[in-house]
Design a protein around this ligand. Structure first.
Ligand SMILES: *[C@@H]1O[C@H](CO)[C@@H](O)[C@H](O)[C@H]1NC(C)=O
Ligand SMILES: *[C@@H]1O[C@H](CO)[C@@H](O)[C@H](O)[C@H]1NC(C)=O
Ligand SMILES: *[C@@H]1O[C@H](CO)[C@@H](O)[C@H](O)[C@H]1NC(C)=O
Length: 386
């Protein structure tokens, strides 16, 4: 007895402190924020982990709501990587897409030599993807403002985190508006000169996997006559390629799925890869009219994007299926016994030009600091085909 009582007290104290330390944190990580557009035309769910969008419902051509955003039903999978880490729905940063050799200089230079050279963690071969091992998709953002149709998440990214200079404070506001419109507004301020390139990394299937399991019925149209030439590791070579006579020409509307096989010969998405994983430059963008449209001829759901960004990355889910770690689909998309398969979804990222910090010839300034804040704006406008 004399031994057991203190042990019991010790044990329950341990339990209590364990709960105190972990429970509130766990709750806030995955606490679901539900938004509805004022006219009920769209609904969406978000979690603070990665400022991630987990579900997005709009009406199809028959007036039925479908959840057209890919994700995990089990929110713990966003953090645990037990089904891989596809970057389902978060904000990616501090620098989206790849940084060649995980190095850059400030001011920027072609071969990242000399002083003011920065090293960030390599997490994809010899390069850095989406901000390193601990990108913004893995941070717990805090909810700083919330209404029935809008939420603001905030993140403080400390000076030196992942090797980047300067503290960066970022706010992302997601707002659902009338006529099934999703506004995303991202603002960052930095305490030192540092590269910033952010984007929303959303996987879509505009049929919610109901009519088909591929992208044949998904069509896209956008006026972009150049894309960023990349090597076998998807690292920009510094050149831009004309889309004419390539499968990357979407200036006239065409099926995405039906264009995928034609990418095989040139390996546009990297060594041994078939599909799209490319960055296109918009020919013209006045930030007033949509620069990109995509729709499913089957569900009738259409998305048009208005953005202040000069470029767009499209990834056609090449290699999303890993037999060792198959990703269970959400229930709203036919899961959990079915899995997400290759070439059955698209990631659409409005963004700046990829790895421009190692390619001065692109002529874009992605270095921000106290005198220059970062601003990313996009409106995703959903409608149905007539
Ligand atoms: C950068 O390095 C590559 C290969 O290492 C070399 O071919 C190229 O000339 C260098 N460019 C500059 C601007 O120094
Ligand atoms: C990384 O770089 C090393 C040394 O240059 C090279 O041997 C290796 O093959 C590279 N790895 C990849 C995945 O490209
Ligand atoms: C693409 O190629 C695969 C493998 O050869 C084939 O099964 C598929 O039907 C082709 N898709 C289209 C749209 O032609």
């Amino acid at each position: 007895m004399t031994l057991r009582a203190p042990l019991l007290i010790w044990f329950s104290t341990l339990l209590l402190s364990t709960c105190k330390a972990h429970l509130p944190e766990q709750t806030s990580l995955f606490e679901v924020v539900k938004l509805t557009a004022p006219d009920g035309s769209a609904r969406a769910d978000f979690i603070p982990y990665g400022a991630t969008a987990t579900n997005f419902w709009v009406k199809d051509k028959t007036g039925k709501f479908r959840d057209i955003l890919l994700g995990f039903d089990d929110h713990k999978l966003y953090q645990s990587d037990a089904a891989g880490h596809p970057y389902f729905g978060p904000i990616v940063g501090r620098y989206a897409n790849r940084i060649r050799d995980g190095t850059f200089t400030i001011p920027i230079s072609k071969n990242a030599s000399g002083r003011n050279k920065f090293h960030v963690p390599l997490n994809e071969g010899n390069n850095t993807l989406h901000g390193g091992l601990d990108g913004y998709d893995r941070r717990t953002w805090t909810v700083s403002k919330k209404t029935a149709s809008s939420v603001t998440f905030k993140l403080i990214d400390p000076d030196g985190a992942q090797g980047f200079p300067g503290t960066v404070i970022t706010s992302v506001t997601y707002t659902l508006d009338r006529h099934s419109t999703w506004h995303i507004s991202i603002n960052s301020i930095a305490t030192k000169q540092t590269p910033i390139m952010l984007s929303g990394h959303h996987y879509w299937n505009f049929e919610a996997y109901q009519e088909t399991q591929d992208l044949i019925g998904h069509h896209a149209q956008f006026a972009a006559s150049k894309f960023v030439a990349t090597d076998g590791q998807l690292i920009p070579t510094g050149k831009l390629t004309d889309v004419s006579r390539t499968p990357l020409d979407f200036r006239q509307a065409k099926s995405i799925g039906a264009s995928i096989n034609a990418t095989a010969a040139e390996e546009y998405c990297g060594t041994g890869c078939i599909g799209f994983d490319n960055c296109w430059l918009f020919d013209k963008n006045d930030f007033k009219k949509p620069v990109f449209s995509i729709w499913s001829v089957n569900s009738g759901i259409k998305l048009e994007i208005i953005t202040n960004q000069p470029a767009l990355q499209i990834y056609s889910c090449n290699g999303i299926f890993n037999p060792a770690l198959p990703i269970p689909r959400k229930k709203t998309q036919g899961g959990p016994l079915t899995t997400y398969t290759d070439h059955s979804c698209v990631v659409i990222e409005s963004e700046s030009i990829i790895d421009a910090i190692n390619n001065p010839e692109f002529g874009v300034n992605q270095i921000y600091g106290p005198e220059r804040s970062y601003n990313w704006e996009s409106s995703y406008i959903f409608s149905t085909l007539k």
